[in-house]
Design a binder for this molecule. Structure first.
Ligand SMILES: [Zn+2]
Length: 318
């Protein structure tokens, strides 16, 4: 827009009533968020041209579909758009993604996010899980120094499944306390160092071999592992040449030598449980997505919608 017209526009704003002013604000907001998000994806293609199919850098513009720029690869001849190959591929209403990222940073339940962004519940569900694909894959690359490990249990849930294999648990009915190894519970192991690098995941069986495989190359050799007396951690420390400090909470030993304890990991578990309660029960098959979401938000630097978008730009598998 040229300067003269811009000044005219600004001048014309003086005559707006309240309703019109709100409409302008909302239009500006929508415009900037849709522009910026898709614009960033397109910028990435200009700076680092790469075909998402064959990774060739020889790409050309190839017309537009519904106002979205298409590209064609000179090597494999396939066409694509800027979102192809990212978790954002084939999602519609891109002008509302940034609002949805905001809802996720605010930990809004599905319905609330749907109404905030004027999308259907189904879309809200689809976006949530698509946007969580990358945070779920992000685990720390290093765990070092004093490392705390502990496991926690979540009731098995098939919430939202059409064909229940098991009888649904009635509201208010307590899950069986005994036999925590039974099918009623999902085990989550959290390993967190004092620099707040946090690994967590669900486990069918918490064994030293399973943990070693998961944490391979992450745990530094001269570290100290703090845990309860669960025998898996004893073997895991031996297998990975770690000094092991065993707490015995039932005997009142919660801290050894003033520094070795598992209070950070326990507090992480409490916060996670409180946070999960907002969602009124999470289906077990999506639990790792929620773990990833919470890990992502645990890093204070990540607590804005731009950071959630930035990681969506990363291609899955790279
Ligand atoms: Zn190609």
């Amino acid at each position: 827009m040229n300067i003269a017209n811009f000044h005219k526009l600004i001048k014309s704003l003086q005559g707006l009533n309240d309703k019109q002013r709100l409409e302008i604000e909302s239009a500006l907001h929508q415009y900037s968020s849709s522009e910026s998000i898709y614009h960033l994806l397109e910028e990435r293609l200009v700076e680092q041209p790469e075909c998402p199919h064959c990774h060739s850098s020889l790409i050309n513009r190839h017309g537009k579909t519904q106002s979205t720029q298409r590209y064609r690869c000179k090597n494999c001849l396939k066409t694509f758009v800027a979102a192809t190959g990212t978790p954002l591929a084939r999602l519609r209403h891109k002008e509302r993604w940034k609002d949805y990222f905001y809802c996720m940073i605010k930990s809004m339940p599905l319905r609330e996010a749907a109404s905030h962004c004027s999308i259907t519940l189904t879309t809200s569900f689809r976006w949530r899980h698509r946007f969580l694909e990358i945070p779920t894959l992000l685990q720390p690359s290093t765990l070092e120094g004093i490392i705390e490990a502990d496991e926690t249990f979540y009731p098995y849930s098939e919430k939202g499944e059409r064909h229940l294999i098991r009888k649904p648990r009635k509201r208010g009915m307590k899950a069986k306390k005994s036999g925590r190894s039974s099918d009623d519970w999902v085990k989550v192991v959290t390993v967190r160092d004092r620099n707040q690098h946090t690994y967590d995941n669900t486990f069918a069986h918490v064994t030293s071999d399973a943990l070693t495989k998961e944490l391979e190359g992450k745990v530094q050799k001269d570290s100290v592992l703090c845990s309860d007396g669960f025998k898996t951690y004893i073997k895991f420390s031996k297998d990975n040449e770690l000094t092991h400090k065993r707490l015995n909470v039932s005997a009142g030993i919660r801290v050894i030598e003033n520094v070795f304890h598992i209070q950070n990991v326990n507090s992480y578990h409490s916060k996670l449980k409180l946070w999960l309660a907002k969602f009124h029960g999470v289906a077990t098959k999506y639990l790792t997505h929620y773990l990833g979401w919470f890990r992502f938000m645990d890093n204070k630097e990540n607590c804005n919608e731009n950071s959630l978008f930035k990681i969506q730009q990363q291609l899955v598998g790279t």
